[in-house]
Design a protein around this ligand. Structure first.
Ligand code: ADP
Ligand code: DP6
Ligand code: CO
Length: 377
């Protein structure tokens, strides 16, 4: 089996902390914030309204720990700036008129304008252009949810810069206009994005925290980076094609997702890992089936992704209830959810099959490859 590139690390989930800083002394208006990625258990795939980014189905994800995969964004407003400008990982990312970056920045400026009108003592900075600089500490556009952490960090950095009173729920409405999945990164823990039904304003299509980070602290995510290259088909264009061509998507959004959302919320509330795992794996499978049902078809998983599914399936056969849940976003990289007591065993197993992996670190210590007892090779 070929692994082109792999690193495997464990990430404690879920946490989210607001450790951003800001200062406004004299005429310097600048703020920095970080936002973590979230990895969906019930996948968002399909828009019913492209410009407002309203989804065809609700979704649910886990926000990973802030100290692992994250976007860190600094925003600065200054009267001398000739235009709004964004640098992503050191390169200019053009802000196209009417595009998503433009929408998010304009919406945030609109909130600041209202804030200044209500608070006349506040400095008038809403009309200044902004310079935004963002770095991801993990592969961008590789199916590890960089658009989610990226737009959440962008919106949060501007909210901090502008000292806005809006709640994370209200900010999730704006992050959603940048990238749908970004609305869920405004909260830590287990987060739903309710699809809503208002197609005119989209104001009921927002994120909601289902359970906080402290509800299920044993939940961990093992991330297997199979390939860190930019994906061939972006999430945006992939789901557009799916909506137009896939009959299976209609079955998924009409008959499957609504009951799955209710079931996984109840599994999370009661901390039933076996049910959580089965729903998560089934939903990942169905999302990739829908990608295959798209015409022309989209393949996000590769042979290594499928091998990891086989390994986890065999591992889960050893116990009454699943102890590991794989899930794949729009890319080949695996995220394996598991509870703390089982994570080392799962990491040892993955390492057994992929000894080329750069490192597996649990609690700061490197893990050795091993097969669990009874595992059928
Ligand atoms: P992913 O699977 O990584 O989410 P997508 O295709 O959904 O991939 O989105 C990738 C795009 O998200 C990038 O090309 C860029 O436009 C945007 N993006 C990623 N990171 C950031 C960031 N830190 N700040 C702003 N935009 C970002
Ligand atoms: C497979 O949020 O990246 O990760 O709204 O077009 O920016 P846009 O798409 P994006 O799609 C994410 C798709 C997914 C599933 C999920 O995160 O729910
Ligand atoms: Co994305």
């Amino acid at each position: 089996m070929l692994v082109r590139y792999a690193f495997i690390e464990t990430y404690k989930t879920p946490f989210y902390c607001n450790n951003f800083s800001s200062h406004s002394t004299m005429s310097i208006y600048q703020a920095t914030t970080s936002a973590p990625v979230n990895i969906a258990c019930i996948k968002y795939w399909g828009k019913r309204n492209e410009s407002l980014i309203l989804p065809t189905n609700s979704s649910l994800s886990v926000t990973l720990s802030q100290d692992n995969l994250r976007s860190t964004t600094t925003a600065r407003a200054d009267p001398s700036f000739a235009a709004d400008c964004l640098w992503l990982n050191g390169k200019v990312d053009p802000i196209k008129p009417g595009g998503r970056l433009h929408t998010c920045i304009s919406e945030m400026k609109r909130l600041r304008t209202a804030f200044e009108a209500a608070n006349p003592d506040q400095p008038k900075i809403a009309s200044f252009n902004v310079h935004i600089c963002s770095f991801n500490n993990f592969p961008t556009a590789a199916g590890l949810a960089s658009s989610a952490s990226g737009f959440a960090a962008l919106v949060y950095a501007l909210a901090k810069l502008y000292a806005l009173p809006q709640t994370p729920e209200e900010l999730s409405l704006i992050a959603r206009r940048g990238s749908g999945s970004a609305c869920r990164s405004l909260f830590g823990g287990f987060v739903a994005w309710d699809m809503g039904s208002d197609d005119v304003t989209g104001l009921d299509s927002k994120a909601r925290q289902v359970a906080s980070e402290s509800h299920w602290p044993e939940m961990e995510a093992l991330i297997c980076v199979v390939n860190d290259a930019k994906k061939g088909t972006s999430s945006t264009s992939g789901m557009q094609r799916t909506v137009v061509t896939s009959a299976l998507l209609q079955h998924r959004i009409g008959y499957v997702v609504p009951s799955r959302m209710a079931d996984i919320e109840s599994a999370i509330a009661d901390k039933r890992f076996g049910d959580f795992a089965e729903i998560t794996m089934r939903d990942s499978n169905q999302f990739h089936a829908v990608a295959l049902d798209t015409y022309p078809p989209i393949f996000y998983m590769n042979d290594v992704s499928r091998a990891i599914i086989a390994i986890i399936t065999e591992y889960n056969r050893l116990s009454d209830q699943p102890k590991a849940a794989y899930t794949y976003d729009a890319g080949p990289n695996a995220v394996i959810y598991a509870l703390t007591p089982n994570v080392r065993e799962i990491a040892q197993l993955v390492l057994y099959y992929f000894p080329q992996a750069e490192k597996v670190i649990i609690g700061g210590q490197e893990v050795e490859a091993a097969l669990p007892e009874g595992f059928n090779e």
